[in-house]
Structures are given as C-alpha cells and as structure tokens.
Write a protein that binds this ligand. Structure first.
Ligand code: B12
Ligand code: SF4
Length: 506
C-alpha cells in the first residue's frame, strides 16, 4: 500500500482566507495517483493537532508544505521540525517562493529533506514515485529539485521548461471542499462579495533584479488561454455566485490578446476583477482596449512603478520601456477611463553615500505627490527595499558589498526583525538609517491622511473630510514628522492602508 501525503498551507495572515492555489496545484499533480489530505493553517485553530492526528495513524509518510516569506514561516518551520522529531521516518518536502529562493538555509537545517524549486507539476509526483519505489539513485534526474545528497553536497537539478498551462490537470477543488467548505474562501473584499482568487499564468517575462520571481522563472512566462480561465470563472459563478476575482498572477496583462479575449468573454457577467501588471506593457494597449477592460469589470490594476527615477529603474533592471514619464502618462490615461492604478513604490535603494540615499527618498516622495496631482484616484503602496537573493545580479553584488547578508540559520527567519524584512516594512539593510525609515513611514501616514484610500469603504463622508483637513498643511508644506494626530484618527476609524485592501497584509 502506498504511503499517504499531507499537504500543508501554513497560516499567512489574519482573516485572509484566500483559496490556497499553491497547495491546490500541488494536489492536482498527484490527484488520482496518491492518497493525500490538505491541512490549511488559515482555517484551523490548531493545525498542529490536525497534522499530528493524521501522522498518528501511521499511514502518512510525507509532510509537504508551501512556504512564502513572512508569517507562513511561523508554522512552517516549527511544524516541519516537530515532524522530523516525532516521526523520524517521515519525509519533508517544501515548495514555494521562500523555499526556492532561500534553499541553502532550508536544506542545511536538517529538517527539510527536499525542495521543489519552482513548478512542482512534474517534479513532485516524480519525487514521490522515486521515494515510494525506493529508487533513490534516480532522484538527481528529476528536474526542479534541491536537496542534500548523502555526501552532504547540495544538489540543484536542472530547470524544467514551463509546461502548457491549459494541459495541466484541473485543480482538485472538490477534494479541497471535502476538508474545508469552499465557501470559506470566497470573502468580501473591496471588489465585491464572494471574491474568488485565481492564478492564470506562471512566471514573468522580465528580470527585475529586486524581484523574487526572477530566480525561479528567469524571464519565462506561460499562461492559460482566455477561454479556459473564463470556463473556470463561469463554474464558480454558477456554483458559488462569485461577484469578483483577484488574479494572483505576477503579470496578468503580459498578453494583450489574451486580456482582450478574456474581457470580451466576461463583459456581460457583472463580475469585477483586479490583477497585477506592468505599466509599459499596458500603456501599449489602445484606449479602446482599456475601455473594454473597464466595461468588462476591471476595477483596479496593481502596477510596479518602483520609482520615478530612470537611473534607479536601470539599477533595478526594470527593463522594458518603463520610465518616470511612462508612469505619469499611464496614470493620466487611466483617469478618464476610471480603472484605478494601484502603484507600488520601492524606496530605500542603496547608493554611494547616505546623503544620496536620503536625496532619492525625498525625490520619490515628490514624484508620488506629482502622480497624485495627475490622478488623485491612484492608490500608492510604499515598500522599503528588501533584497532577494538574485545571485549574479549587479544589484545583489552591490548590496553584499554594502554589508547585507541573509540569516545563516533557518530559525533565525522567525526573528521579528526578519519578519519585518519579509513584510518589506522595515528591512535590515545597512544603508537605511532609522531617520530615513521614519521619513518614509511618516510621509506614508500623511499621504494616507490627505488621500484616504479610495477603496476603504468605511472612511467616507465627514470622516474623510476631517482626515483630509487635518493632514492638508503637513502634506502641502512637506512637514511629515510626528504625525500623531493622523495616526490617532486612523486608529480610531480602523483605517486600512491601500495594501491591506488588496491581499498583501498582515
Ligand atoms: C496569494 C499570495 C499571497 C496570499 C497567501 C495565500 C495563501 N497561500 O494562503 C497572501 C495575501 C496572504 C500573501 C501574503 C504575502 N505575500 Co504573497 N503572494 C501570493 C501570490 C500572489 C500568489 C501565490 C499563489 O497562489 N501562486 C499560485 C501557485 C500555483 O504558484 P506557486 O505558489 O508558485 O506554486 C507552485 C510552485 O511554487 C510549487 N510549490 C509551491 N508550494 C509548494 C509546496 C510543495 C509541497 C510543493 C511540492 C510544490 C510547491 O508548485 C506550485 C505548482 O507548480 C504570490 C505571487 C505569485 N503570483 O505567485 C505572492 C508572493 C508569494 N507573496 C510574496 C510576499 C512577499 C508576501 C508577503 C510576505 C509580504 C508582502 N507584503 O507582500 C505577504 C505576507 C503577509 C502575511 N501576513 O502573510 C512574494 C514573495 C517574495 C519573496 N521574497 O519570496 C510573492 C512572490 C509576490 C511578489 N512578487 O513579491 N501572499
Ligand atoms: S515585472 Fe514585476 S513580476 Fe516581473 S520581474 Fe519585474 S517586478 Fe517581478
């Protein structure tokens, strides 16, 4: 009899019950071949108890967890360690962005046996088969795998081509439903009731040097066709009455043809949607395309603006044709159409001197204010630059020279300081002083006071006017220090920053 498999989604954020697409896709790759259960940390009050109850049956051998940086580590690390301690014959397998990008510290930990490096559609069933057949000599032939061999050497096998996404097996929604009612995952968001989360493409064709997608996909992108995306959406609309969709793709808008086709298909369904894209890519769409998207329900697009400074965009290897001017041009075009641009900025990049770092922060603050003049509906999300291990990139070399290094032990990632790093709220980069961090954070508070997010349905009417009135002088004069009065109002009214409206939140 085959050993059973437990696939775990560690708890990510309070109250965020997104459909766990990562583990669903892992499940799809073994559905019908192996017996497996899902455990979702987001929906369990005590997931360890659940995991233990499965392993105590003696039928389970594989503990498999998806792991992204940040709060998921709080369960992924201690649970995996406990599995190895309590069930020494168990095999632990990790996948996901943290596992792939920080693979050294994971396999050195002694409690993570294998890492699926990128897509697991072929790698995962092949690994399970090799382990079940005790065919350990063949493991090195499996692509997209990282592990430590018997000599203690870390083996990173070749990368697999990206597969045709329409040919992959369907996600086992019904199987997930047998553990957790699927309705748990259809939450109310600013987009509408019963918001569904969908992932329609893999990777990204660009190679920005600050981005965690690059070491895994290396400029490759493959997507499902518009028709198959629409078929899945229709199934959920008919069965669960969904009103909105969040597209979780890194770059939903890469193919204009696919977006236009999808918009044509969905335009009469009354569904609102959101996705992530690149400014220069979508700026090439015609006004008619953008109008069609709006009519078809596209409410907001998350866009990596990063900075308005063309030199820094080069330092980030942003690629394409994005410049400060393109950013301004695009937000201006979206204004009359009514799609909200949600612009994310990355502040606090390294420079030769502290003065230069600060000057760039101030420059970007002014650029953001200019954007708000052009399109006051634009939502602004500010991240502090948190490096990723993009080996070989100039930026990674630059930050290592500046004295930055990642933790050497897996458990060190549980330190609150490293969690803040993951959340891109207060990185531990040596070139960023507390004064600079304060400047950015205080500006963000004043900005959110003067321009309360358009999507927080609770801050409206007199609350909105009062908040704006109180923040006006600070915003206009550039005096951002100690914005306690704005913070107090935000606290009282439980203001939610723009990023917490989407899905990136604690
Ligand atoms: C949905 C999502 C979330 C959800 C979590 C949903 C959940 N799991 O419960 C929420 C909103 C909570 C979230 C939060 C955060 N996220 Co997030 N998130 C995503 C997003 C958009 C989609 C993930 C997904 O479902 N992918 C679809 C699946 C099919 O792809 P996949 O995960 O890559 O899985 C495949 C392989 O990796 C592999 N695999 C993955 N896991 C496993 C496990 C096993 C056992 C195996 C065998 C294989 C395997 O096989 C899968 C199928 O081929 C990704 C970006 C992206 N497009 O992937 C960012 C992303 C993973 N998030 C990211 C980050 C940084 C965060 C935050 C930590 C911080 C922030 N401020 O953004 C926060 C944390 C906040 C918190 N409190 O948790 C970054 C990670 C960057 C990095 N340095 O590694 C990403 C890459 C976004 C980005 N481009 O920067 N996130
Ligand atoms: S375009 Fe976006 S997803 Fe693609 S590499 Fe650059 S930052 Fe990452």
């Amino acid at each position: 009899m085959k050993n059973k498999i437990l696939i775990f989604n560690p708890r990510s954020a309070k109250g965020k019950h997104r459909i766990p697409n990562s583990i669903l896709q892992v499940g799809a790759s073994i559905y019908g071949t192996y017996d497996f259960v899902f455990v979702d940390g987001n929906l369990e009050t005590d997931p360890w108890q659940k995991i233990e109850s499965y392993f105590n049956t003696g039928e389970f051998k594989y503990f498999c967890s998806t792991v992204m940086p940040g709060p998921q580590l709080r369960q992924a690390i201690p649970f995996t360690k406990k599995i190895k301690e309590q069930y020494p014959d168990a095999i632990t397998i990790w996948g996901g962005y943290f596992a792939s990008n920080q693979f050294k510290v994971c396999v050195e930990s002694s409690f993570v046996d294998y890492i699926i490096n990128g897509p697991g559609d072929v790698a995962f069933p092949s690994l399970i088969q090799a382990l079940e057949e005790n065919n350990l000599d063949s493991i090195f032939k499996i692509k997209n795998l990282i592990y430590k061999n018997e000599k203690g050497i870390i083996i990173k096998t070749a990368k697999e081509q990206l597969l045709e996404q329409d040919e992959l097996p369907s996600l086992p929604y019904q199987h997930l439903d047998s553990f957790y009612n699927l309705e748990n995952y259809l939450s109310k968001t600013f987009l509408g009731r019963n918001t569904f989360s969908y992932h329609s493409s893999l990777g990204c064709p660009f190679t920005c040097s600050f981005c965690a997608v690059v070491p895994i996909y290396n400029g490759r992108w493959k997507a499902k066709s518009a028709q198959s995306v629409y078929d899945d959406v229709s199934y959920f609309k008919n069965k669960y009455n969904i009103e909105a969709i969040e597209f979780h793709d890194n770059n939903f808008f890469t193919s204009r043809k696919r977006v236009v086709e999808f918009s044509e298909l969905i335009k009469n369904d009354g569904i609102t949607w959101w996705g992530e894209g690149r400014i220069d890519t979508i700026n090439k769409y015609s006004d008619a395309d953008l109008q069609l998207m709006k009519t078809a329900g596209c409410k907001m697009i998350f866009l990596g603006a990063e900075t308005g400074n063309d030199e820094i965009l080069k330092q980030m290897n942003k690629g394409g044709t994005q410049t400060g001017e393109t950013i301004k041009e695009f937000v201006k075009r979206l204004h009359p159409i009514g799609i909200i641009p949600e612009l994310s900025f990355v502040l606090g990049m390294p420079a030769e001197t502290p003065e230069k770092v600060m000057a760039q922060i101030e420059w970007d603050i002014n650029f953001i204010k200019e954007i708000k003049e052009i399109n006051p509906n634009a939502e602004i999300i500010i991240y502090l630059y948190s490096p990723v291990a993009t080996e070989g990139s100039e930026l990674y070399e630059q930050i290592q020279k500046a004295g930055f290094s990642f933790p050497e032990k897996l458990e060190d990632w549980l330190d609150p300081a490293w969690e803040n790093f993951d959340l891109r709220k207060n990185p531990l980069t040596p070139w960023l002083t507390p004064k600079m961090v304060d400047k950015i954070m205080n500006f963000e508070t004043v900005l959110n006071g003067y321009y309360p997010t358009a999507t927080d349905f609770r801050i409206k009417g007199f609350k909105r006017s009062l908040l704006r009135g109180v923040s006006k002088i600070r915003y206009r004069t550039g005096f951002y220090k100690y914005p306690y009065e704005i913070k107090a109002m935000h606290k009282i009214w439980k203001y939610r920053q723009p990023e917490t409206q989407g899905f990136y939140s604690e």
